[in-house]
Structures are given as C-alpha cells and as structure tokens.
Design a protein around this ligand. Structure first.
Ligand code: SF4
Length: 349
C-alpha cells in the first residue's frame, strides 16, 4: 500500500492514471485530503464507489496521530508530539502571537548535527521526514486551531524544530512548494522561514530556487574559536564563509537574513563578543535574534543574567546591527526543540 498524502495533484494524477479516470479526479482527491482533512477515501462522496474502492485497495492517507500535547500555563504555546505509522515521533509547536499563529515544525526525526546546546541531537537522527509528513504537522495544528475558531489558521511557519532542513533538502523544498499550493494551505513563501546550522552549498541552492522564503542562520558565536566548541558543523563551514553565504542569500532574494545567537554565560556573551559580531555583520541586510540558552538535559550551559543579555543587545544596536532578545514562550513545557521527543524515547527504552 502506498501513502498518497503529500503528493501533488500532478503526482496523484499519474498514480491513478491506470484507473482510467479523468484528470480532475486527482484535484478532487487532493482537495479532500488537504482542504477537508479526509483521512480515508470512504467519505470522498464526489468520487464513484468503484474509484473509492480502487483507491482504498491500493493507497492509504498517512496522517500522524497525537501521542501527547502540552499547553503552557499562559496558554500562548502548545506543543504536540505526533507519531507516524512506523513509530517515529516528532515535535511541532503552536505559538499564539499578537500578529497571528506561528508554527514551528521538525524536518527530521532527531538530528545528526551535534550542536552542544541542543536536545534534538542527543539521540542522533532517526530518519528524514517526507514532504507530506511536514505538511501533516502543519495541517494537524491548523485543524486543531479550527476546533475552537473556524476562522483561525496557521499564519506563519518556521522550519526550526528538530532536524537540519538542509540535510533533508529535497523533501524540504517539495514541502514548501506543496504548502504554497492553493489546494493545500495556500501559504505565501514570505510567511515561511528556514533555519540552518550553516550548510553553505545548500544556502546557495535555496537562493536559486526562486521561492522567497526567509533564512535564519544559527550562528551562536562571533568567531571560529568559539563556534568550533559548540557546533561541529563549523569545522566544515566556518564563520567567515557562512556570513558571506548569508550576504549572498540576502542580496539575491532581497530577504533579510536573521542570525540566531544563543547566549551562553561565560562562553559567547561578553562585550568583546558582541563588538566582534557587530563588526562582522555591519552593512548586511540582517538582524540578530538573541536567545538566552535553554536548560538542556545533559548540558551544563548557564544562561547569562538579564543585564548581560540586554548589554549584549545594546552593543549590537549601537553599532547599527538590528538585534532583539527573543521573547521566551513555553518555557514551562520544555520549549527547547527535541526535549519532549527525548522524554518519549527515554520512556520507551
Ligand atoms: S540546533 Fe538545529 S542543527 Fe543543531 S543539533 Fe539542534 S536541530 Fe540539529
């Protein structure tokens, strides 16, 4: 049996070609799956009984089931642990902002990148997620929102959960093209942000895809000496080359690049670190998102004081590099990506 969820109209059309049905049937099937939330072929009432039986005999609609859900005490954040048919579980997060509903999805189950401050990488990578599986994370949350308010929807999307999107590049691109389609969630590319630890050749590829998504680069250090300590990827793609790739992306797409910077007490949070960072980024169409480190199991990193965070931010802004401190959301429900999935894996083992 083949999973039909995640296929484009064109792909569905090719798949059902042997059934000798008109091409518009593929559009109807897509609309049932992606607009009306169908999880089986039985209810697709505008298809003939014969076609529904053929579809059920050959294909299934692979959507995840809810394993667990957590709501933050302020009701702004809801975290979902979703499970796929093969037992793989992934996290996705709904954040309710003043400006709309934002969803953060996983692009891989786990991660192989080994960033020392990150919970997602503790168990390594289990597997890549398919385009349809990423779409199903967003759709799950979109449908969840509609259970309380039928007009509510997912407004913005960040690919910033577990996984390195650039290590699952083809599926990630297919997913973004799919969720942009009018027969799915019709989401604009400008509402999407891809985050990367810094796979430079893929940043350049993304710039040439002609899809104007925003780019977030996990920088977390002003120089190679510090970045080498916390991000193994830096051995291959150093800070100078990475910032140059960010500049190329901004120049090509005219989209502002965000540099994510996790502040870790005593490691990368000094005045000198801020000045060095400002020097590197000055003049670039970029902004810096400062994130005081989250307590990750098996890590001894400490977060800097509030004063230190604010001083670091002020030094950047004084030097004309736009910087803000990320508002913390969902800290009481283990907000750092991967923590809930890890708990699930640890419980199973
Ligand atoms: S920060 Fe991102 S790239 Fe690094 S280990 Fe975590 S999920 Fe992977």
């Amino acid at each position: 049996m083949e999973n039909i969820f995640g296929l484009s109209i064109n792909d569905i059309s090719n798949l059902i070609a042997p059934f000798d049905v008109p091409r518009f049937r593929a559009k109807q099937i897509a609309e049932w799956m992606y607009r009306k939330g169908a999880s089986s072929f039985d209810g697709m009432t505008n298809l003939s009984k014969d076609l529904r039986k053929k579809l059920s005999d050959n294909f299934f609609i692979g959507r995840p089931s809810l394993i667990d859900k957590w709501d933050s005490s302020d009701d702004e954040t809801t975290k979902f642990l979703l499970g796929f048919k093969d037992g793989v579980a992934v996290e996705c997060v709904l954040m309710r902002h003043d400006y709309g509903n934002s969803v953060c999805i996983s692009t891989q189950a786990g991660c192989s990148m080994g960033c020392r401050f990150c919970a997602s990488t503790i168990h390594g990578v289990e597997r890549d997620l398919l385009a349809g599986e990423m779409l199903s994370e967003v759709m799950y949350i979109d449908e969840y929102l509609k259970t309380t308010d039928e007009k509510a929807k997912v407004d913005t999307l960040v690919l910033m959960g577990s996984g390195e999107p650039m290590m699952n590049y083809d599926n990630v691109i297919s997913f973004m093209r799919l969720i942009h389609e009018p027969y799915t969630l019709n989401m604009s590319y400008r509402s999407m942000t891809v985050s990367t630890a810094g796979i430079i050749d893929k940043i350049d590829s993304l710039a040439n895809e002609d899809i104007p998504v925003s780019l977030a680069i996990s920088l977390h250090a002003p120089n190679d000496d510090i970045r080498d300590l916390i991000m193994p990827v830096n051995k291959k793609y150093g800070v100078d080359d990475l910032i140059a790739a960010g500049k190329r992306y901004g120049d090509k797409t005219k989209r502002r690049v965000t540099y994510e910077y996790i502040l870790i007490a005593g490691l990368n949070d000094s005045d000198d670190n801020a000045k060095e960072l400002a020097k590197r980024l000055r003049g670039q169409l970029a902004s810096v998102n400062l994130i005081p480190v989250n307590s990750v199991m098996k890590s001894d990193f400490q977060r800097p004081s509030k004063d230190r965070v604010n001083k670091f931010c002020a030094i950047l802004n004084e030097r004309h590099v736009a910087a803000t401190v990320r508002r913390e959301m969902g800290s009481d429900i283990a907000a750092a990506c991967g923590q809930l999935r890890n708990r699930h894996i640890d419980c199973k083992s």
